[in-house]
Every structure is written in structure tokens, then in C-alpha cells.
Write a protein that binds this ligand. Structure first.
Ligand code: GLA
Length: 389
């Protein structure tokens, strides 16, 4: 067999496009969040985990000063000089890649050789499983490794987040980049988004598991609605921070909730604040229940979290409400949206032996109620970005 026959289809595409073999192959996972939604940017606790859906990158150095990106999801090959990486909308998805180069160069890292990067992804885009954070972490990891920059896992996470905030313009918190960057097999990551302290919690639940329910409603307006929520929380904090001596909404005391209501006067700002305080408390309860493998408590907290995101934070929408209802009614001990919401995915805590039952019921009833075919699947909990060749 010749060398070319041993190549995978992707490596062949790489060679045909760039005229050389891929020197390195890297991959980075997607993530789910078990609980702690929309509170990472409010200084709260989150409990995500990296999952076995991957973005893979085939990489080689170039002899010139160009950074080239190709994705098998899109036809266009993007090329830019290292010295000219300012944000430009016309570079589409490749802005996530160029943005990380831009951030690192701005920080003073020496990046003096061109690079070819071919991206292939099995993370459904717009599904709320963080394909963008995975790509940002992946590119940051690649740059750190290929150019020998000695970046720690936390460096990768922080530079990726900075890129998403300042270059791509989404005011997201740190959860997605951290969930992926700190990913560990069979562990959930309990992250304090204010201090960045974290610990791992075992996710082995014996005969129980989490299934993923994909609504297949792309969360289209997610960026503007997401940024609206961030702004609302900033407005509430501005009113409350001096009176209660807090730096973020999640620090506010639940015992003072009636008083907080009268101080805020605006009902929407109050609802957003109440979600933050109560969701943060739920994360702590959930972590304790996960440690003692208290399935019923985990289920109840998942449901409460979803209700709070539906009624107080208003980020679920019809499709996520329908899909979680069906799951609960069928066999799930609990179910909730995961990620930013407004479409995307939910998770359901089920008995492993009930998976087919859940899949059939959700597929049939969700289609009946919405006219859209969902996807229902199981994943493994895995480690973060890696070089695999
Ligand atoms: C998106 C953001 C995260 C987080 C979640 C909601 O995934 O990127 O930072 O705010 O929404 O919990």
C-alpha cells in the first residue's frame, strides 16, 4: 500500500489543498452544562462537562507568513497575512481562528511562520453545544503547541474567551471555554466563575446517565438576546452593588430577596436577579447530590433550573419547553435546557435502559408538536483539547 492510500479522506483533502501533508492533528470536544445557566457572567458557580463530539484540525507550517483556514463544512479557503488580522466580517467562521492569532500577537507572543489549518467538525453548529468555544480553544491550543508558547490550560481558556468577547463581539462568560479547556474523562467541572477555582466531581451515576435532546432549532438570534441578558444583569448590579457590597449578582443574599425586590422596582431586572441567586444555590445543591449520587434530588434540581430559565430568565422558548416536557413525561427523572437557550439542546437524566424509550417518544411527539425532527443521543464525558498526531 502506498503512503497516499494510508491517508484518511481528510488528510487527502489537506494535501490536495495545501500541497503538503498535515504535520499535526489536534482535536477539541463540545460541552454540556449540567446546571448553573447564565450565571457565569454573574460571578456564579457552573457545572459543565466536555463531551465526545469533536472538532478536529489538520495542521502544517507554511514557508510564508500566511495563516490559512479551510473547513469541510464550507467551500471557501481563507488566507491572511500574520501582520493583517484585524476583525473583518467577510472572513465568516474563520474569524474565530484569526481572532485567536490576533489576541495572542497583541499579547506579545512571537508568531512568525504561516500555518495551514483544515477544520472538520462533528459538533452541530448552533446547537448550544459550544462549537464556537471548542474552535477558539482548539486554535489557541494549536498555536500554543505548534509555536512552543508554553500556554497553560487556563491561559488557553482566558485567551479564547477574550477573543470571543473582544474580537467576535459576544459578551459571553467563561463557562464554555473552561468546560472544554478543563475537560476530564467522566468528570464534571465545578467552576467558580468569580475566582476561577475549580474541582472535579465524578459523573458515574451507575444505571443512570444524561441524554442529549437536540431541538434542531438553531438559536439564531442568540447573540443579540444573549447580550441583552448580560446588559440587564449589569443594570441590576449597578443598582444593587453598593447597597449590598457585592461585586456580582450571585453574591446577593437570598434572605434579602423581598428587600431587593423593592430596591430594584423593575420586575424584569428583579426576575433576572432572582434567577441568578437561586440558580447559584442550585449548583451547590446539585454538586452535593452528584457526590452522593442522589438521583431524585438531581432530577428535581434540573427541573427547577429549567423553570427558572423559562419564567424568570426567559431564555427557553417553545421548543426547549416542549422537548423537556416530553422527556419528563416519558421517563426522565429531570430535564433542562443546556447552554445559552433560545433553541439548541436540552439534557435529560434517565435510566440507561430507558434510552430507546426516550428516543422514540421524543422523536415522535416532538415532531408532532413542532413539525421538526429532533436528535436524541448519548455521549461520553471526555478530556479537553489534545494533539492526536
Ligand atoms: C453561552 C455562553 C456561556 C454561558 C451560557 C449560559 O453558552 O457562551 O458563557 O453564559 O451561554 O449559561
Amino acid at each position: 500500500m502506498t503512503a497516499i492510500n494510508n491517508m484518511t479522506e481528510k488528510e487527502k483533502i489537506f494535501k490536495q489543498t495545501f500541497g503538503s501533508d498535515a504535520e499535526f492533528i489536534y482535536r477539541s470536544p463540545a460541552r454540556i452544562n449540567l446546571i448553573g445557566e447564565h450565571i457565569d457572567y454573574n460571578g456564579g458557580m457552573v457545572l459543565p462537562a466536555a463531551i465526545s463530539l469533536y472538532i478536529t484540525a489538520y495542521v502544517s507550517f507554511r514557508d510564508d507568513d500566511k495563516i490559512c483556514f479551510l473547513s469541510d463544512g464550507f467551500d471557501k479557503l481563507y488566507e491572511r497575512k500574520i501582520s493583517d488580522l484585524e476583525y473583518d466580517k467577510s472572513y465568516g467562521w474563520a474569524n474565530y481562528g484569526y481572532g485567536v492569532f490576533y489576541t495572542l500577537i497583541k499579547k506579545g507572543f512571537k508568531i512568525d511562520r504561516g500555518l495551514n489549518v483544515f477544520i472538520t467538525s462533528e459538533i452541530p453548529m448552533g446547537s448550544g453545544l459550544s462549537s464556537s468555544a471548542s474552535l477558539l480553544d482548539l486554535v489557541c491550543y494549536i498555536i500554543g503547541d505548534a509555536y512552543g508558547l508554553n500556554l497553560s490550560a487556563m491561559d488557553v481558556i482566558l485567551y479564547a474567551k477574550e477573543t470571543e468577547n473582544d474580537y467576535c463581539g459576544l459578551k459571553c462568560g467563561i463557562m464554555d471555554e473552561a468546560a472544554i479547556g478543563l475537560g476530564k474523562e467522566n468528570k464534571a467541572i465545578m467552576l467558580d466563575c468569580a475566582s476561577l477555582d475549580y474541582k472535579y466531581i465524578d459523573m458515574d451515576l451507575g444505571e443512570y446517565t444524561f441524554a442529549i435532546l437536540q431541538t434542531n432549532v438553531p438559536h439564531k438570534l442568540v447573540e443579540s438576546k444573549y447580550n441583552d441578558r448580560v446588559t440587564e444583569c449589569e443594570s441590576a448590579l449597578k443598582i444593587l452593588k453598593d447597597k449590598y457590597s457585592v461585586k456580582n449578582l450571585c453574591e446577593l443574599p437570598m434572605e434579602k430577596i423581598d428587600e431587593i425586590k423593592s430596591v430594584l422596582s423593575d420586575n424584569i431586572l428583579f426576575n433576572r436577579t432572582l434567577h441568578c441567586i437561586s440558580e447559584n444555590a442550585r449548583v451547590k445543591e446539585f454538586a452535593a447530590a452528584l457526590e452522593r449520587k442522589d438521583i431524585q434530588k438531581l432530577g428535581a434540581l434540573l427541573n427547577e433550573s429549567h423553570e427558572s430559565l423559562k419564567n424568570l430568565y426567559e431564555v427557553t422558548g417553545k421548543h426547549l419547553d416542549v422537548i423537556t416536557d416530553i422527556a419528563r413525561k416519558t421517563c426522565a427523572v429531570g430535564a433542562r435546557m443546556t447552554g445559552a437557550g433560545f433553541g439548541g439542546c436540552a439534557i435529560a437524566l434517565i435510566k440507561k435502559s430507558d434510552f430507546e424509550l426516550l428516543k422514540n417518544a421524543v422523536t415522535e411527539e416532538y415532531y408532532q408538536q413542532t413539525g421538526i425532527m429532533p436528535n436524541v443521543y448519548q455521549v461520553d464525558i471526555v478530556s479537553g483539547p489534545r494533539r492526536i498526531k
